[in-house]
Design a protein around this ligand. Structure first.
Ligand SMILES: *[C@@H]1O[C@H](CO)[C@@H](O)[C@H](O)[C@H]1NC(C)=O
Ligand SMILES: *[C@@H]1O[C@H](CO)[C@@H](O)[C@H](O)[C@H]1NC(C)=O
Length: 342
């Protein structure tokens, strides 16, 4: 009997230590400044409670859960674009998103005279709701004077709704939207170049056809280019769940790059960059600053914000100041080079 009690005590103490360990691990792993982490995880939840008026599916970037009865249909629809189309179609085209920027980024002031930009979005058989949510997020979260136009390049889609219906829809938007059509399937890069050739803005921004821009995404990107027009910038890319369309803040302590097999991967920001920024995570992280601009600075500076295939493997500056563009999915039908790390 005594032995049994003894065992229980030992068990209870070890259990306590396991819990303490788990707690310590959760608290201290993967973050240098833990108050940041707390800020990020607590505030969106709080804000969601405060903004009771935005209660529709997926508002404030919340997950959309499909009821059991519709699961079969959901799985069928999933196959069309390789994401949960049913969930996407339930979410408003102008849904609200949490502001997940670091506090330091929210109060930054950018120069008034920033260059304006043409946003080029290539699509192939994209879903209506994801494509237009991308467009709406660009329109509503970019200062109007900075947004010269949006150029949609259709890489030979077959879906009927991407023809006249799309043209009619975008006419109603307050920003000029051009739709260019490739005569035949040409791939992402050719289609982007076609969009770039038609661009009238001072800066070209490439976006995926299924992303959502958050508040303050554009100004820091353009500010870097204003400082040095040879700069190529890339925002922090967060993730939208392909299952629930939940908005999930990514880490600003990683950057996208290519491994020797030319697969896209996320890498931790090197210590030398941390040191250079003296711990100020609102400053951009620099990469490959020698090679990339030579190729790109012909007529335009390109602001690149693509998850899947940045035009050059080495992006010059990954702007971590306040830019957050939500990442798309790796399985989007029309890319041959796929990322598998999201
Ligand atoms: C989206 O648009 C609808 C209709 O125009 C409007 O009622 C709603 O407030 C908008 N939502 C957001 C988050 O702006
Ligand atoms: C972009 O800015 C330039 C220089 O200020 C201006 O000439 C041009 O009209 C602007 N373009 C648009 C479409 O706003």
């Amino acid at each position: 009997m005594r032995r049994f009690v003894y065992c229980k005590v030992v068990l209870a103490t070890s259990l306590m230590w396991v819990l303490v360990d788990v707690f310590l691990l959760l608290y201290f792993s993967e973050c240098n400044k833990c108050d940041d982490k707390k800020e990020r995880s607590l505030l969106p939840a709080l804000r969601a409670v405060i903004s009771r008026n935005q209660e529709g599916p997926g508002e404030m970037g919340k997950a959309v859960l499909i009821p059991k009865d519709d699961q079969e249909k959901m799985k069928e629809l999933f196959k069309i674009n390789q994401f949960n189309l049913m969930a996407s179609d339930l979410i408003a085209l102008n849904r609200s998103l949490p502001d997940v920027r670091l506090d330091g980024c929210k109060t930054k002031v950018y120069p008034d005279e920033l260059p304006n930009t043409s946003v080029v979005i290539v699509f192939h058989n994209e879903a209506w709701s994801t494509l237009l949510r991308t467009v709406h997020s660009v329109v509503s979260r970019s200062p109007r004077r900075l947004l010269a136009e949006i150029i949609l390049v259709d890489d030979a889609s077959e879906r009927e709704f991407l023809k006249a219906s799309l043209e009619n829809y975008v006419k109603k938007l307050e920003v000029p939207v051009k739709i260019l059509r490739m005569e035949q399937r040409s791939g992402l890069i050719r289609a982007r170049l076609r969009g770039a050739a038609a661009a009238r803005g001072q800066v070209i921004t490439f976006l995926d056809a299924h992303c959502e821009c958050t508040r303050g995404w554009l100004e820091p990107l353009l500010a870097r280019i204003r400082e040095d027009r040879r700069t190529v910038v890339c925002p922090i890319i967060d993730v939208i769940s392909d299952d629930t369309f939940e908005y999930m803040a990514g880490s600003d302590m990683t950057y996208g790059g290519f491994n020797w097999k030319l697969n896209f991967r996320w890498y931790p920001v090197p210590q030398r960059e941390m040191d250079r920024r003296k711990g100020d995570r609102t400053l951009p992280v620099r990469f490959g600053s020698v090679v990339a601009p030579l190729r790109l600075s012909r007529a335009h500076t390109l602001a690149m914000s693509s998850v899947k295939q940045p035009l050059t493997p080495s992006l010059v500056a990954r702007d971590t100041s306040s830019t957050r563009t939500t990442g798309g999915w790796q399985r989007s039908g029309w890319t041959s080079l796929k990322t598998s790390s999201i």
